[in-house]
Write a protein that binds this ligand. Structure first.
Ligand code: GRF
Length: 185
């Protein structure tokens, strides 16, 4: 069995979708979910789906090796960032394969502070005709690293950040689990 650890800071709709996708999988399982926010809804979602869920402080990821050791003990094969808002320290990237999803077509509209509706607002303000999702391996730079998969959607004349977010959400639900699977089988 290959083990996935999911890191998330927010609602966790991607985390839930990934957990459901791998629920009865032959060779891949979601081992656990980890959040740096105690009130992140992702923790509740994971518990409801019977997946171990933990909150950690930033220091346990950066100053100490607590989180790193947890991943070692659990024999994690892949760390999935699903709406995780902190920069993952280099020590994780050196030891584990890490994948992230970004709600735009990188290298555009990425980098520190580019998350959530800010991304969609910037895309619309610049009168782009398309946006989409990027699934990429993670290195030490925000939203950098080898691109594994991109999918596009058009932007309508009356598009709002909310309506664009909904289109992107559909692409995320469809493609993130499959791309993760292709990394592990
Ligand atoms: C997604 O849009 C993802 O692309 C980005 O953060 C968002 C997380 O949403 N990295 P959710 O918490 O999975 O609902």
């Amino acid at each position: 069995m290959k083990n996935i650890a999911i890191l998330a800071s927010g609602s966790g709709s991607n985390a839930e979708n990934i957990i459901r996708y791998f629920k009865d999988h032959q060779s891949i399982r979601v081992d656990s979910v980890w959040s740096n926010k105690s009130d992140a809804f992702v923790l509740e979602r994971a518990e409801r789906l019977d997946i171990e869920a933990y909150m950690f402080g930033k220091n346990e990821m950066t100053a100490t090796d607590w989180l790193l050791d947890e991943f070692r003990k659990r024999r994690i094969d892949l760390i999935v960032l699903a709406g995780f808002l902190l920069l993952l320290p280099l020590k994780f990237v050196r030891e584990f394969q890490v994948v992230n999803i970004h709600p735009a077509l990188l290298p555009s509209y990425g980098g520190k502070g580019m998350y959530g509706s800010r991304v969609h607002e910037a895309v619309i303000a610049n009168k782009e005709v398309e946006s989409g999702i990027t699934i990429h391996l993670v290195d030490e730079v925000y939203d950098h690293g080898k691109v594994l998969f991109q999918a596009k959607c058009g932007i309508d004349l009356r598009e709002t950040a909310g309506s664009l977010a909904a289109k992107i959400h559909l692409l995320e639900m469809l493609h993130f689990p499959k791309t993760i699977e292709s990394l592990l089988v």
